[in-house]
Write a protein that binds this ligand. Sequence first.
Ligand SMILES: Cc1ncc(COP(=O)(O)O)c(C=O)c1O
Length: 444
Amino acid sequence: MRHTTSRDLYNRALSVLPGGVNSPVRASQPYPAFIERGDGSHVIDADGNRYIDFVAGYGPVLLGHDLPDQVIAAIQSQVSDGPMYGAPTEVEIELAEFIARHVPSIEMVRFVNSGTEATTAAVRLARGYTGRDKVVVMQGGYHGAQESTLVEGDRSEAVPSSPGIPAEFASQTVPVPFNDEAAIEQVFTEQGEDIAAVLTEPILGNRGIVMPQEGYHDTLRALTREHGALLIFDEVMSGFRVGGLGCAQSHFGIEPDLTTLAKVIGGGFPVGAVGGRAEIMESLTPSGDVFEAGTFSGHPVTMTAGLETLRYVAEENVYQHLADLGDEIRSGLVDIVADQAPDYTVTGIDSMFKVIFTRNGAGQEGVCSAGCRQDPDCTQSETCPTDASDVEAAATDRWERVFYHKMREEGVLLTPNQFESQFLTAAHTQEDIEETLEAYKAVL
Ligand SMILES: Cc1ncc(COP(=O)(O)O)c(C=O)c1O
């Protein structure tokens, strides 16, 4: 495979873009593949190399790279009417109505422009609504590039995970390990009256993929209710990807107080949203006094792309196709891992999957057949990753330095690092899955 054009573009990029990229996850050594165009389930890079794409824009690309004609027509029609006005439009109401109709915990929505903006607004709203400052987050969870959640440490001491963030922000954030009921119970026992919210991804999707153990979310729901705190599900990644139109919360049967959405609901354009009960949502300006605003919020092109994408998904039974392909790739991977890398763990659900290079697997006999589900009866339940630290302890270097590049040479594009989920799109086919499994077989 030739990569000289990507190399030359990276060389140019390094002069004008810090690190050569506009978001650090896109960086890979010695240089990332610069993408020229998409084609269904594939992307083609600047050197003409064609890959089966499992990055899918890091989640937003649900339908693949060729949008259905009706989606393209609606977007083009909106663009030809002028891209934006700075005044309300009907399509914002229609997308909010669609979301509220399908996600039971959501009565009202505030649209913003990214997942980061959504979680920033949700944290401010929770603080403003409850009159409390502390926010509990999961270690290794990711809620975007925002001050309150870029923290590391534990419940006894949290510090900012990036220079540039004042320590005072981290002092109001309490990180706990995902799936650790005792830890969060203790936090509420000690600081329950100060906690505005528990903010968590329903499935950790930025540290491999870690599923919640049975009952974990029920515990979060019960504790937050008991102590007058809000439960915020960050469904930026899982929203309208896991659990179908009801999102991951419907899969787990939990009604959070607030939900953050982004990625899929913009149909491939920049978007974010906070949704929840009207009584809480109406605390936002201008109906309430918790300030939130944005020039581009509810952008008509984005709203149109999101609405038409979700309408298409609802009409065409896209989630069944995605779940079938997801089960197929995960169970294929379980078989390959059993033969070739029994220490590794296959994880995921619906259209998300990942092989985590765990070091201490207990063999594969009797494991969850379509990816780790934290089943207590599974033979691997003692050794499978249950929180972010288990994924951080995996062979992440092997992924980044060798495995990712070899998969590229086989024509399969994965995320450059071990931590991000892989995503299926509606455009992926049986043939793509078979080809991908052959590549894993050759490379693992
Ligand atoms: C769960 C979660 N929350 C928030 C974000 C931040 O979203 P954005 O990159 O759109 O700001 C991400 C991004 O990957 C995410 O996965």
